[in-house]
Design a protein around this ligand. Structure first.
Ligand code: UDP
Ligand code: MG
Length: 312
């Protein structure tokens, strides 16, 4: 394998027709300036606009550009995983297509990997997203670190670099829903984090609706930890103990003061609160059962319709 490139750049693309040109215009000079051999793999995640057409034109012009065409929309993480399986670089870098991650930061990531770090994460400085997204991310970052015992300051930033060893291990995982930064972290012996700048999306809108973000974060919580289940069990134990204490108090009170009749609606309120908690618990267990169900079906995680520009 003489012609293995040293660097693989991976870009998931979903309806980004207005961004591809601008991205390549900035990415290409950065890559040639490294002086290393490289490949740029775009996964077209079932775009409905002309993204694929533009990409194919580009791949005819530029020998380093390769394309994976998906059969439908399987999501950003699947798009990246598919490219992980086909990429051959020693250092692999993922990047968003919308230019929110400046390509100019790539040499910094390469230097970190060359310094011996097998996973290099990034923290977005002065992140340019809506207030709601920032708040949600903060909550997710803190709770995920607590629950998984990992240490990462910014789970959402997909400008990341990985060493070949980590990529090979990720490729051995066949789980059908996943969250790549967390998955990589579990295989990393020596991770590091650097600060990168962050820009506003140039063209088009974010592909993540509130619902998709919630789904993604459920995957993150339940896919990497059973702490939610354990916390829930713990809560059950504490509630039972408190109730027992209260029952004993009421019994004693009955002998000393007499029986009480008021407070029926207080009882309702308390009851409904706990009903809510119980339903939440069933839902939580359901999340795990759902994941197990998905895994045992063993359906393909994504379907590739075609690839372009890959050498045999
Ligand atoms: N993306 C994708 N499939 C999807 C959603 C997004 O390949 O189903 C790509 C998208 O084209 C972009 C990257 O993933 O390159 C990040 O998406 P986006 O910018 O919408 O996410 P945000 O920056 O809002 O988190
Ligand atoms: Mg974006």
């Amino acid at each position: 394998m003489e012609d293995r490139p040293y660097l693989s750049i991976i870009v998931p693309v979903y309806n980004e027709e207005k961004n591809i040109d601008a991205l390549l215009d900035r990415l290409y000079p950065v890559m040639t300036a490294t002086g290393q051999s490289f490949e740029i793999i775009f996964t077209d995640d079932g775009s409905k606009d002309s993204s694929l057409k533009i990409l194919r034109e580009k791949s005819r012009e530029l020998p380093e550009v390769r394309i994976i065409e998906f059969n439908g929309n399987f999501g950003q993480h699947m798009a990246i995983l598919a490219a992980f399986e086909l990429c051959r670089g020693e250092i692999v870098i993922t990047l968003d297509a919308d230019l929110q991650n400046p390509p100019e930061e790539i040499p910094k990531l390469i230097r970190e990997v060359e310094a011996g770090h097998d996973v290099v994460g990034t923290v977005r400085e002065k992140r340019q997203d809506s207030f709601f997204r920032l708040l949600a991310s903060r909550i997710v970052n803190i709770t995920t670190n607590r629950m998984t015992g990992m240490q990462m300051s910014d789970y959402g930033c997909m400008l990341r670099a990985y060493h070949r060893n980590v990529i090979d291990n990720i490729n051995r995982c066949k789980e059908s829903t996943t969250f790549i930064p967390a998955l990589a972290q579990t295989f990393s012996a020596n991770p590091s984090e650097i600060k990168v700048s962050h820009a506003e999306r140039v063209e088009g809108a974010s592909k993540y609706s509130l619902y998709r973000l919630v789904r993604l974060n459920f995957d993150l919580m339940t896919g990497f930890s059973v702490v939610p289940l354990q916390l829930f069990a713990l809560f059950g134990v504490v509630t039972a103990l408190l109730s027992l204490g209260f029952a004993i108090f009421l019994l004693v009170r009955r002998f000393l003061v007499g029986s009480e009749v008021e407070g029926v609606f207080t009882l309702f309120a308390i009851l409904f609160f706990f009903l809510g908690v119980v339903i939440f618990g069933i839902g939580l267990v359901g999340e795990y059962v759902g994941r197990i169900y998905q895994e045992v079906r063993r359906r393909p995680r994504y379907v590739i319709r075609n690839v372009y520009g890959f050498k045999e």
